[in-house]
Design a protein. Structure first.
Length: 125
């Protein structure tokens, strides 16, 4: 039968690979911070540049500065996020497969480096 799923076992595996989940959360949080900072810095620069033109120009400069800052960071982070999360997901899957196959992890080797090593070996083939 194909249905061989146990919720307790799946949650236990997720718990044993918690560093990968926490790293994924940290990546998403870092990306959110980058968007906020870029938009704020861009708006601040637009406001400062708009100071030359007067009060009407400041608001429009802040808007365009924020939009440009957001757009530049969005373009860069689109590709960077995809790559970082792809590598992280692949390493997580490699460790999950090792846990499922062996039933336990090797002692003394951190899971994150083991997943990265498995990934490097697979990419050389």
């Amino acid at each position: 039968m194909l249905w061989d799923f146990e919720i307790g076992h799946a949650l236990a595996l997720m718990g044993r690979t918690l560093p990968f989940i926490l790293l994924r959360i940290a990546v998403y949080a870092g990306i959110a911070v980058a968007y906020v900072l870029a938009t704020g810095v861009g708006a601040g620069l637009g406001w400062a540049i708009g100071e030359v033109g007067g009060p009407e120009v400041r608001a429009s400069g802040a808007f365009w500065g924020g939009a440009i800052g957001f757009g530049v960071v969005a373009a860069v982070l689109y590709w960077l996020r995809a790559y970082i999360l792809y590598v992280l997901k692949a390493a997580h899957i490699a460790v999950l497969v090792a846990l499922i196959d062996a039933g336990r992890c090797l002692k003394g080797v951190p899971r994150s480096s083991r997943g990265a090593r498995r990934l490097q070996c697979a990419s050389r083939r």
